[in-house]
Design a protein around this ligand. Structure first.
Ligand code: ADP
Ligand code: ZN
Ligand code: MG
Length: 638
């Protein structure tokens, strides 16, 4: 059961300088080794084959009957036997059984049933007999080879892999390589341009210089002006960083190479760096061009944090390659690297040095005018009903990014299709907004008692929201289950807010505690339904005490590191952290008492609002204020 969207705090994920993965093996194979082993192996195998081939070629295979006849004629000088197979030599050449020529050397096979007292006959005829055991004695070399074979095979595989990793010298290297990087959308019919970007004009203005340079590098070169080699776009997700990079390439009409930094981090060591090399080489060939590296924080985070072992990991190698390539620019190639991140504060300072990403541009969520402009862009191809008011929509969507607004328009269009309308009307827009802000409706049948409790819980949030001076007005209350919530109360500010006063924050805490307080006042027990409310309360209270200097006892210092700084960001004495906890606790309990007091005092209003909510399930702003009997204009701070 959530209250307003919490103030957007920059980083979304806590960053910890996690232990780097153990350094992978990257020793290079000495070059000639593999080839030598390979040749030796081939020679051995071949020579064996050749020998047996020629050996077989000299003698003629004859039937045992023929052998018997020759023996009877006394035409055999010597034989050599191995098991039941016999090789031998004739005294004088005999005609071959199939005709064509004579033979002296022969091979034959003695049938196991031959009951011919062969030995006696051989002795009689004075034939020299040599024999060999059936199990063949292998030569020393063959033995060696066989015992070494598995190892040799392993070595061979290793060599192939090593070659492949090294970025592919020779034939073996070509095995696992990808095609060289290709620019995306160069000649595509319609390219993204600044006309597709709105609401971030100051950023566009900074980038026009880059566009200008790409369009006309000679003019800059003539005057010896050097362009930035790298531009870093930083800002929350969905603010249009990728879009902007594309638009710069489109405006300048130059090839756009795009790679996500996480693509560089591949399983196979060393590939990342070689991909970077290729990417830059390709871009240089077609310069002027833009290389876009998305999510650069995945490879560009600070080095040397605890746990990174000597800096021998893939990420670092890739990062170094990017830096090396950028350092190699003379400044006149006309290749400009644009990188994007939503966590600029964790980037390695080496990236931000002059000559690298020295131009840093912050992309923020749009203000009201910006939102309206973005809505106009995204409704260009959407038939809008004349009654749809984009200005009004922009007003009620503070905090939303370009991506959120694009999504909102799309949801509205989908709804209009579902409703078989031929244009997108105000209803579609407001229902889509509801879905985007509150989550999708969940079909869930709740018992009446649960519905009642939820109605009181949400009414508690809403009523306290209405009663706090300076709080964001309540826009919508619902007890239709949505997403993971059983009910939702939505408050959004009248205008964009960029900073918050202490009374405002207290009001937020009181409002967030309103749900729990209402359950306490009405039923005398609390439920598990307030979990996310309490999380929000805790965040605000700890921020007030430990980050924003709103507690006398803690003082005017930052005691609680922000997410980006992580556990290593700041150090405070345990007593300070203790004080933060106690102060946060004090603030929250004061606010809770206040909430209970106000709800008890305005119990009639609470009952009226809950009753209306049970009846209607969803109340919009006007209906909610009317049901509670609170005048709508009480939102200015005294
Ligand atoms: P980011 O890279 O900052 O996370 P994207 O550039 O990927 O955000 O934005 C996603 C989509 O949101 C874009 O494709 C575009 O449709 C829309 N969008 C974001 N910002 C804007 C803007 N300023 N103007 C118009 N559309 C935008
Ligand atoms: Zn709640
Ligand atoms: Mg992006």
């Amino acid at each position: 059961m959530s209250t307003p969207v919490p103030p957007r705090q920059t980083p979304e994920q806590p960053w910890r300088s996690e232990g780097a993965p153990p350094p992978p093996h990257r020793r290079k194979m000495p070059g000639g080794w593999g080839g030598l082993v390979l040749t030796a192996l081939v020679v051995f195998l071949l020579s064996d084959l050749l020998l047996s081939f020629f050996g077989a070629g000299r003698s003629t295979t004859i039937s045992y009957t023929e052998f018997d006849r020759q023996l009877a004629q006394g035409n055999i000088t010597k034989i050599y036997s191995k098991g039941d197979s016999i090789e031998g030599t004739l005294k004088s050449a005999a005609p071959k059984p199939e005709g064509k020529g004579n033979y002296t050397e022969f091979t034959t096979q003695r049938p196991s049933f031959a009951d011919d007292r062969l030995w006696a006959t051989l002795q009689q005829q004075n034939v020299t007999v040599t024999a060999e055991p059936v199990v063949q004695q292998r030569s020393f070399l063959a033995n060696l080879l066989i015992s070494l074979a598995p190892m040799l095979l392993l070595v061979l595989v290793w060599v192939l892999l090593a070659r492949r990793m090294a970025g592919g010298l020779g034939a073996a290297g070509a095995l696992g390589r990808k095609a060289p990087p290709k620019p995306v959308d160069t000649t595509a019919g319609k390219r993204t341009t600044f006309a597709d970007v709105a609401g971030i004009d100051e950023v566009e203005a900074e980038l026009t210089e880059v566009v200008d340079f790409l369009k006309n590098p000679q003019a800059y070169r003539r005057l010896g002006a050097k362009m930035p080699r790298g531009v870093l776009l930083s800002g929350p997700p969905g603010t249009g960083k990728t879009l902007l990079a594309r638009a710069v390439a489109g405006e300048a009409d130059v090839p756009f190479f795009s790679a996500s930094a996480s693509e560089f981090i591949e399983m196979i060591v060393g590939v990342g760096a070689s991909r970077v090399r290729e990417l830059f080489a390709e871009a240089r060939k077609v310069a002027p061009a833009i290389i876009f590296i998305d999510e650069i924080d995945t490879i560009g985070r600070q080095r040397g944090g605890s746990g990174s072992m000597g800096g021998h990991d893939e990420r670092e190698q890739t990062l170094n390659q990017i830096l090396t390539e950028m350092d190699g620019f003379t400044g006149s190639e006309g290749v400009i690297v644009i990188a994007a991140t939503n966590r600029a504060e964790i980037l390695d300072p080496a990236l931000l040095r002059p000559g690298r990403f020295d131009r840093r541009i912050t992309v923020s969520p749009p203000d009201r005018g910006g939102r309206e402009a973005i809505l106009r862009i995204h409704t260009r191809d959407v038939p809008l009903s004349p009654r749809s008011d984009l200005g009004q929509l922009a007003k009620v969507t503070p905090g939303m990014t370009g991506a959120d607004l694009a999504n909102l328009v799309n949801e509205a269009a989908l709804l209009a299709v579902k409703r078989k309308e031929d244009s997108v009307g105000p209803n579609d827009l407001s229902d889509a907004l509801e879905k985007v802000q509150l989550g999708a409706v969940r079909p869930l049948v709740m018992p009446q008692s649960e519905r009642e409790r939820t109605a009181y819980h949400e009414s508690g949030h809403a009523l306290l929201g209405m009663l706090q001076p300076g709080a964001d007005p309540v826009r919508k209350i619902t007890i239709v289950p949505r997403g993971r919530a059983l009910g939702v109360t939505l408050s959004t500010p009248e205008t964009d807010r960029y900073s918050y006063t202490e009374p405002y924050l207290r009001g937020r805490i009181i409002g967030a505690l309103g749900g729990m307080a209402a359950e306490q006042v009405v039923y005398g027990v609390v439920t598990t339904g307030s979990e996310s409310d309490l999380e929000q309360v805790t965040n605000i209270a700890r921020g007030m005490a430990g980050r924003w200097g709103m507690s006398e006892r803690v003082g005017r210092l930052t005691a609680v590191p922000n997410d980006a700084q992580g556990a290593y960001g700041l150090s405070a004495a345990p007593t300070t952290l203790d004080a933060v906890d106690q102060e946060a606790r004090r603030i929250v309990s004061e606010c809770y008492e206040d909430a209970i007091r106000q709800l008890t005092e305005h119990r009639a209003k609470l009952d009226a609002l809950a009753g209306a909510l049970l009846e209607a399930e969803t109340l919009d702003e006007e209906a909610a204020y009317r049901a509670a009997g609170v005048p709508r204009g009480e939102h200015e701070l005294p």
